[in-house]
Ligand binder design. Structure first.
Ligand SMILES: [Zn+2]
Length: 686
């Protein structure tokens, strides 16, 4: 590991921040905090923290000695001065005299001593920073240091590697007790450059930002060098089937196995989004003969527990052509995981004075021998974080096993971290988005109705995939939605193209829960004279297109085994033909029947099929030019033409999107057609 300190970069930031009234101390603190945060070998997703002791005026203008310390949950890689709130140092130092201090009381005292009462809550490790005298203090959960210290003889190995230059603090849960213990160990030997926290991480100290930072780099490098020496061969591989099934076949099965029924709402499931990773290092880890030992030994650092729990789920290798066996084994493994989690909760909760509320028992990481690992979460963002942490676990445990044997903290210690109120606060409240954890595929996603539907579903918490023959349009709409919205080129008249698009969606998110079959083309012609080729062309897109999308969606939904929802854009033409609109209306009428056939054939599997009949919506099918022509032909203004319905209101793409969203949420409705046309008695269903 090399120092990434550059004098000119540091100076540039100091100059920039000076213009905003930020002093040199805090500016340099921001600079090295970012350097640390940008290295995934040191810090991941909100882990780690830093501080500087300095002076600044309080709100009344009085010169005050403060500790600027990272706010809880702030991302070090992108930190700004406001992410390092200033706390009155004298007040923090007074706490040293206390014998004990509960966490919530500690947070109250820290918040009460913020210079700015609106600043973020200081890190839960603030007191450790306050109790050591150095101006700059850096803390990370460096993988290499964790690999050294997570050993039965971790203290000896650290002693040998650091040769008296680092103090060694036995494992304690973060909070007041750990801060006090660390300070005592520091005071017993004041010439150390930092502290190793057993099974937790590393602190380094310095008189300057550069010194503390470069000590961190030096100490982590020492750990890395030790890990390159006297290595055992890891891991001995298990026997694997000759042919492993493809990830896109395996993911839906696992997604079903890793979902649980919502006990409060019949028909609803708690689902998760997947993020798949594979590499030679990951395969080496998941394919090991002893994977059930080292992967189940426990967490690597307390920060991980709240995101990826104490253990991953390990399933058997999926053999090609034997997916039914794999499904059974995966379901058994997942339910054993859930049982183990419930038992773990009950056992440890029994020891708590104040009883805890159990978190959901589902795994956040799945190891699949032969394929790789999967991070799980309620959104793609959460799934990626799980996968990032899992990759870092693979590295830490692999290195630990190479020089000895990986050993975690005890079960009770893990429970304390997982159910610690302050850690729980970091996660925030679970979003109440009704479609969280669900994957929605929308065909014609680049068009007006498709894009509006994708937006509505994304706002409701779903991950969305926009399929369109016009790739550019789909990309533009996905970009506007932001997040993990995926754009895929797809021609619904080509079976291979539809299949490939679903593979892409499954590889990206793990499965499919909702398919909105919306792509269509309005072809016209007098029915007695129309060219048969045109009629067939219309059937290709306006009927077979829907059938292909539904068929592919149902295949994935059946593999998941947790129900699903098919939604079709049918059109008013299906029941109320317009003049010269036969080529469009006929396949749409067949599609209306298709909706009912899917509802009938797959209701028992929990797959619902519903449709929206919309009329006169501005879109690629009804362009401004067409509107102008038709309005003129009827002697109406464009506005009156568009609002020519019982309610006198123009129907928009967003209105159609809301109808689809509604149908996606109606868990007891299938075979339904919802009309969105502002009122047209001739087109009313009877
Ligand atoms: Zn820490």
């Amino acid at each position: 590991m090399k120092s990434r300190w550059v004098d000119s970069d540091a100076q540039t930031l100091v100059d920039q921040l000076a213009k905003l009234g930020v002093g040199d101390d805090l500016a340099l603190r921001v600079y090295t905090t970012r350097l640390l945060g940008q290295d995934p070998q040191l810090v991941l997703h909100g882990g780690g923290n830093t501080s500087v002791k300095t002076h600044m005026p309080d709100l009344l203008g009085e010169h005050t000695e403060v500790l600027c310390v990272k706010g809880s949950g702030q991302d070090m890689a992108k930190i700004e001065p406001a992410g390092l709130p200033a706390v009155r140092l004298a007040a923090l130092k007074k706490l040293r005299a206390f014998d004990a201090l509960p966490d919530d009381e500690l947070v109250r005292i820290q918040r009460a001593n913020l210079l700015d009462p609106t600043a973020p809550t200081p890190s839960v490790e603030t007191l450790l920073h306050a109790f050591v005298p150095h101006k700059f203090v850096d803390h990370t959960h460096a993988n290499a240091v964790l690999s050294l210290s997570h050993q039965p003889n971790g203290p000896d190995i650290c002693g040998e590697v650091y040769d008296g230059r680092m103090g060694f603090v036995p494992y304690l849960m973060p909070g007041f007790g750990l801060a006090k213990k660390a300070a005592e160990i520091y005071e017993a030997k004041r010439d150390v450059d930092g502290l190793i926290l057993h099974k937790h991480g590393i602190f380094t100290f310095g008189a300057s930002a550069r010194e503390a930072y470069e000590r961190m780099i030096e100490m982590v490098t020492r750990a890395e060098e030790r890990l390159t020496r006297r290595r055992n061969a890891v891991f001995v591989a298990r026997a694997l089937p000759e042919r492993i099934a493809a990830y896109c076949e395996v993911a839906p099965i696992l997604r079903g196995a890793c979902s649980i029924k919502d006990p409060l709402v019949e028909g609803a499931w708690r689902r998760q989004i997947f993020d798949f990773r594979t590499s030679s290092a990951i395969l080496n880890f998941v394919n090991g003969a002893e994977v059930m030992r080292y992967s189940q030994a426990g967490a690597v650092t307390s920060d991980h527990i709240i995101r990826i729990k104490n253990w991953p789920l390990v399933v058997s290798p999926p053999e090609e052509g034997k997916l039914n066996d794999f499904r059974r084994e995966a379901q058994d493994a997942a339910s054993a995981y859930v049982d183990r989690y419930h038992a773990y909760f009950a056992r440890n909760n029994a020891r708590c004075e104040v009883k805890k509320q159990p978190l959901d028992p589902l795994p956040r990481v799945v190891l699949v021998p032969g394929l790789g690992l999967i991070g799980l979460g309620r959104s793609k963002t959460e799934a990626r974080i799980s996968a990032d942490l899992a990759e870092s676990v693979v590295r830490t445990i692999t290195d630990a096993e190479a020089i000895g044997r990986f050993e975690s903290i005890g079960e009770w210690e893990m429970f304390e971290c997982e159910y610690w109120s302050l850690q729980q606060a970091k996660l925030g409240k679970e979003p109440s988005s009704p479609l969280a954890g669900q994957v929605a595929v929308i065909t014609g996603g680049g068009g007006a109705i498709g894009a509006a539907t994708a937006r509505a579903f994304a706002r409701a918490g779903a991950e969305v995939a926009l399929l369109d023959i016009d790739e550019k349009a789909a990309v533009a709409q996905a970009k506007e939605i932001g997040g993990a919205a995926l754009a895929v080129k797809c021609d619904v008249t080509d079976p291979a193209s539809v299949r490939a698009a679903f593979v892409r969606v499954v590889e990206t998110f793990g499965g499919v829960d909702i398919a909105v079959s919306n792509a269509g083309t309005a072809l016209m012609g007098l029915i007695g004279e129309v060219d048969e080729a045109l009629l067939k062309q219309s059937f290709e897109i306006n009927f077979y297109g829907h059938q292909r999308v539904a068929q592919n969606a149902v295949k994935v939904m059946r593999a998941q085994g947790i129900g699903g929802c098919l939604l079709f854009n049918v059109s008013k033409q299906a029941i109320n033909p317009g003049p010269r609109f036969g080529p469009y209306g006929l396949p749409k009428a067949a599609t209306l029947f298709l909706v009912r056939q899917y509802a009938l054939d797959y209701g028992a599997a929990g797959i619902r099929a519903n449709a929206v009949n919309a009329d006169r919506v501005r879109s690629g099918l009804l362009t401004s030019d067409m509107i102008a022509q038709r309005a003129q032909a009827r002697g109406l203004s464009e506005k009156d033409y568009m609002a020519g319905n019982l309610l006198g209101r123009e129907v928009t793409a967003d209105d159609v999107a809301q109808a689809f969203l509604h149908q996606a949420l109606e868990l007891k409705t299938t075979g339904d057609v919802t009309t969105v046309d502002g009122g047209n008695i001739a087109a009313a269903l009877r």
